[in-house]
Design a protein around this ligand. Structure first.
Ligand code: N01
Length: 550
């Protein structure tokens, strides 16, 4: 029996509505929001584009797709029974295992009955008179709801760049984020891959082992760190299962939603030898722990340069061909301020005879032709072309829906200069809209399950408060939103993040997209405390309304 059968779906509180809450998306965020809200007695209807649950873990099935956060904390904390029931096979789980986990969660908590699959939300219009959203879906249906909660993902709106001739390619054209569900056999094939972000970095070593040859088209090299992935031993599994409460608390109290030991001092507080030893130790441990080396890696150019020098030396020592090695060394951004990918075999892969690196900054992709890619002077004949070109991140999936707030105002128009939100949770002029891990929240700079639980819990508490106080609408004030947006801009401007001018964190990967740093970099724990204080102070910065006859 599922754990949720005790919770029957309630009728919506208003007879004129189809439900209390529409949740958009059934990935980590949507599944938890559905569970939490139904448990509290709200009538929920969720919509999901995919045929199944999973969100990014449903779509991103490319070879090597894996999580760059370790599974013992990249997982839900809300159910002790779930935590004890689930064993992770690897330190960093691969996509099939994470998808199985999310399917298990959906089944265990009986969530699928509340999700309409293969149905995208295409529009949502707020009705001022009834304080309700009219939600339109891809099947033409309309759903009336009091609240609209987007859990559409920070990295789900797929980016296909406009490269001349792309559609003329006659081989297999693949995108990492829309990978076919059936096995794609690349053995013996001439494969090209465009992009060297986190997805490509995971895929390139796997594809290289299968393909006859692999041509990597790189525009901007990334600083790639070792993951040190390995099977999870029974001792390790027993350890995390026995320590979940402390692990989760450490996540909540940390800047990145992760249970890492924080750095103790600045890079130049220690001698050169001591600093080198710190980097060696964290490099050996693997993963994002590398960035816990010193307090000022994201603030000081000089400190950051010490970390860059360490990784640069590794790249140059690993890649045998000096020209290729130099092409792989980033020169346009400090380490860590553009999302650093992880892998254990990335640089070594460029030592393989069957792998070629093309720097498309010097050898521009002029044209994709039916049988290959013309870059600079050379033509690269290909059977398969993999686009690892990322996403219209942070705002893309929200703006893909035609969302209209008070008086028909368009969200796309409001965000013309970049997103403006209050806490990444709500938008002035768009009452009863909540955005889980929305723009200007810590979102992608926090461990995602920790961040989505925190947001969904906050939203659920707010809806319970409104229900008990008989309130029908909530929206941020213009002042609160302006101050938060300015605060987010101010915090990031004091860091090195804006130096990564090609980063999707600031919308730079999408031609024409406004440049605003879309993630709050002030730290997850400080952000969480601020959310709690807002609620404790009567939802400070939000404005409520009650029905006219109340
Ligand atoms: O996408 P990206 P991604 N011509 O935008 C290049 C998360 N993720 O799918 O850098 C040539 O990072 C582009 O070049 P440039 C993670 O947060 C998580 O790899 O813009 N090249 C870049 O190299 C990650 O950051 C996990 O100059 C073009 C690449 O394509 C995010 O998803 C695993 C081009 C796109 O890289 C996105 O990663 C994987 C063009 N016209 C991913 N257009 C986990 O661990 C784009 N590029 C959970």
């Amino acid at each position: 029996m599922s754990e949720a059968t005790a919770t029957q779906q309630k009728r919506p509180r208003s007879a004129s509505l189809d439900c209390d809450v529409v949740v958009v998306g059934a990935g980590f965020a949507g599944l938890y929001a559905i569970h939490k809200l139904t448990t509290l007695g709200f009538h929920v209807q969720a919509f999901e584009k995919g045929k199944g649950v999973g969100g990014v873990w449903y779509w991103n099935r490319y070879p090597g797709a894996r999580c760059d956060c370790e599974s013992y904390y990249y997982s839900y904390s809300f159910s002790p029974e779930l935590q004890q029931a689930w064993d992770w096979s690897l330190r960093y789980s691969e996509q099939p295992e994470i998808l199985s986990y999310l399917e298990h969660v959906a089944q265990r908590f009986d969530l699928e009955r509340l999700i309409r699959f293969e149905t995208a939300v295409v529009g949502a219009a707020y009705d001022d008179v009834s304080s309700a959203w009219r939600v339109t879906t891809s099947d033409g249906a309309v759903t009336m709801t009091r609240f609209l909660v987007t859990a559409a993902g920070c990295l789900s709106e797929v980016h296909w760049p406009d490269i001349p001739g792309l559609q003329s390619f006659e081989g297999r054209l693949l995108h990492t984020a829309q990978w076919p569900h059936e096995e794609v056999d690349l053995s013996g094939r001439r494969v090209g891959i465009i992009g060297t972000g986190a997805s490509a970095v995971q895929a390139i070593p796997r594809i290289a082992r299968q393909a006859a040859n692999l041509t990597v088209f790189q525009r901007t090299p990334n600083w790639v760190l070792p993951a040190r992935n390995a099977p999870a031993s029974s001792e390790f599994t027993a350890w995390y299962k026995a320590n979940y409460p402390q692990i989760r608390q450490r996540c909540l109290d940390s800047g990145g939603g992760v249970p890492f030991d924080p750095p103790l001092g600045a890079a130049f507080d220690v001698s050169d030898d001591e600093r080198q030893a710190v980097y060696e130790r964290l490099w050996a441990q693997g993963g994002m722990r590398f960035f816990t080396a010193f307090t000022d890696l994201f603030m000081s150019e000089a400190s950051n340069e010490t970390a860059q020098a360490f990784v640069r030396a590794h790249i140059l020592a690993t890649v045998r061909d000096p020209q290729t090695a130099h092409k792989l060394v980033p020169t346009d951004h400090p380490i860590g301020v553009k999302r650093p990918p992880l892998d254990d075999d990335y640089y070594e892969t460029f030592n393989r005879e069957n792998v070629t690196l093309v720097d498309v900054r010097t050898d521009r992709i002029e044209q994709i032709e039916p049988t290959g890619v013309r870059a600079g002077e050379a033509f690269h004949a290909l059977d398969d072309l993999v686009m690892a070109t990322g996403f219209d991140a942070l705002t893309g999936a929200i703006l893909a829906m035609d969302i209209r707030g008070r008086s028909g105002a368009k969200l796309s128009e409001k965000w013309r200069e970049g997103p403006q939100t209050y806490m990444g949770l709500g938008v002035a002029g768009f009452p009863n809209l909540f955005t889980i891990t929305g723009p200007l929240s810590p979102s992608v700079l926090a461990n995602m399950p920790t961040a989505v639980e925190q947001h969904a819990d906050w939203i659920a508490d707010c809806l319970v408060h409104m229900r008990s106080a008989g309130l029908t609408s909530i929206e941020p004030t213009e002042t609160a939103e302006r101050e938060w947006t300015a605060h987010s801009d101010e915090v990031v401007s004091a860091t090195l993040y804006p130096r990564a001018t090609s980063s999707w964190y600031q919308g730079a990967n999408i031609p024409g997209k406004p440049r605003r740093f879309g993630v709050y970099v002030g730290g997850f724990s400080a952000y969480r405390e601020r959310c709690e204080a807002i609620a404790a102070n009567g939802y400070e910065g939000f404005r409520f309304t009650a029905p006219a006859n109340a």
